[in-house]
Write a protein that binds this ligand. Structure first.
Ligand code: GDP
Ligand code: MG
Length: 440
């Protein structure tokens, strides 16, 4: 992927010590290739490389003691700028309700995102109302109702007989009557952009005057996502973009081009199918993630949301005293499950990007978690505290006791050792106080 390519490029650069202009040029040629392969818009790449080059060939870099680091920093700065520089929030209206209208093509993730966004806002003590304005697929209304029920968030619907404009208008009256301060309208999509769709969305826009019109686009569609954004922006005017499915094998092109091409900031990123998997989009963190420097801040933020704080502190103490046991490991695994997939989590830790590849196929699903639990429960207390004593015959006994195979026990012990290392690393990073800083 993009991150791998860029990391390779910079690794080569780092091995050099002092850089010549041609070293920089070679590296930038590789950066250019990597961006194009990641499906970043051609013109965006051209401008980007020109900007980096102008800065990288200056005195401050070639004459500096750490030229490679300087180049990486410049690339990081420019990537951040490309994606809008700073985080963009949704504008909360001083006069409630704030009306947010989600638009986009079919399958982009509008309905799911409506639920995710409502949940995110609910956690910020807002009182969102979801509005089912996709009347073309009966299943769409049901889908939103099911989401609402799960999240305990009210859903406004008038069935599929009324026009979206009427539904939206009545929904806002309803919100006023029931003190819902945010109205999230889930609209219909089409497989392709057409006049009928745009006309319908325009009339909703004219009637309810949303504070935010957010386009939901699928990051996996790469350049198409950018084209779609351009055309919705021209026809409807957008306040921002929500990029979904960034958890999949999206090559990054959409994230890097949307702002530069359309001028619309990316406000949120969908990172998975789970309803918690919507994050405010931070250009700087995304840039670090692309450069493979991990995203410790996001991870810590997420962990703070999902992990029991007292437990986390107790754990930190244990880590410091190197008393982290298999019991703690099991506990951690269970907490980590709340954060998302193991892949996703490891991807956010500096230097762990590579490990996710190794762990692929070893994804932590419910069944495996049960197995891990069984194995740990089959160990004696002493073994759990000091896994070093678990020799061959103990491994056999544990496997038999938990109904697993010796290789399962071996794998678990290895994962435990890796996890312990990983957490130590994370801790050191925190201690060094480098908030989103560089670790080269
Ligand atoms: P809509 O037609 O635009 O309303 O799209 P839906 O909300 O029905 O979503 C289409 C599919 O995309 C569903 O299977 C969702 O679970 C999936 N989806 C939505 N957002 C994400 C995301 O951020 N990551 C992943 N992996 N899947 C997503
Ligand atoms: Mg939908």
């Amino acid at each position: 992927g993009l991150a791998d390519k860029l990391q390779q490029t910079f690794k080569k650069l780092r091995g050099r010590g002092k850089l010549s202009e041609s070293d920089v040029n070679d590296a930038l040629r590789e950066v250019r290739m990597a961006l194009l392969e990641a499906d970043v818009n051609f013109k965006v790449v051209k401008d980007f490389v020109a900007k980096v080059k102008e800065r990288a060939i200056g005195h401050e870099v070639l004459e500096s003691l750490t030229p490679a680091q300087q180049v990486v920093k410049i690339v990081n700065d420019e990537l951040t700028a490309l994606m809008g520089g700073t985080m963009s929030r949704i504008a909360i209206s001083p006069k409630p309700p704030t009306v947010v209208m989600l638009v986009g093509l079919q399958g982009a993730g509008k309905t799911t995102t409506a639920g995710k966004l409502a949940l995110l806002l609910k956690k910020q003590n807002k009182r969102p109302l979801l509005v089912a304005a996709d009347i073309y697929r009966p299943a769409a209304i049901k889908q939103l109702e099911v989401l609402g029920e799960k999240l305990e968030i009210p859903v406004f619907t008038l069935g599929d007989k009324e026009k979206p404009v009427v539904i939206a208008k009545k929904a806002i009256e309803h919100a006023q009557a029931y003190a819902n301060d945010i109205v999230i309208i889930d609209t219909a999509g089409r497989l392709h952009i057409n006049a009928e769709l745009m006309d319908e969305l325009k009339s909703v826009k004219q009637t309810v005057r949303p504070h935010e019109i957010l386009l939901v686009v699928d990051a996996m569609t790469g350049q198409d996502a950018v084209t779609v954004a351009e055309s919705f922006n021209n026809d409807l005017g957008l306040d921002g973009v929500i990029l979904t499915k960034l958890d999949g094998d999206a090559r990054g092109g959409a994230a890097l081009s949307v702002k530069a091409v359309t001028g619309c900031p990316i406000k949120f990123a969908g990172m998975g199918e789970k309803l918690e998997a919507l994050e405010p989009f931070h250009p700087d963190r995304m840039a670090s993630r692309i450069l493979g420097m991990g995203d410790v801040l996001s991870l810590i933020e997420k962990a703070e949301q999902a992990i029991d704080f007292d437990k986390a502190q107790a754990l930190e103490k244990k880590l410091r005293k190197e008393e982290f046991t298999l019991d703690d490991f099991l506990d951690q695994l269970q907490q980590v499950r709340k954060l998302g997939s193991l892949d996703q989590i490891l991807g956010m830790i500096p230097g762990m990007g590579g490990l996710t590849k190794k762990l692929q196929g070893a994804e932590l699903d419910e069944k495996q978690l049960k197995q891990v639990e069984a194995i740990i429960r089959s160990m004696t207390r002493k073994e759990r505290r000091d896994p070093n004593i678990i020799n061959g015959s103990r491994r056999k006994r544990i496997a038999a006791g938990s109904g697993t195979r010796v290789q399962d026990v071996n794998r678990l012990l290895k994962q435990f050792v890796d996890a312990r290392k990983m957490m130590k690393q994370l801790q050191q990073h925190q201690k060094s106080g480098k908030k989103g800083g560089f670790k080269l």
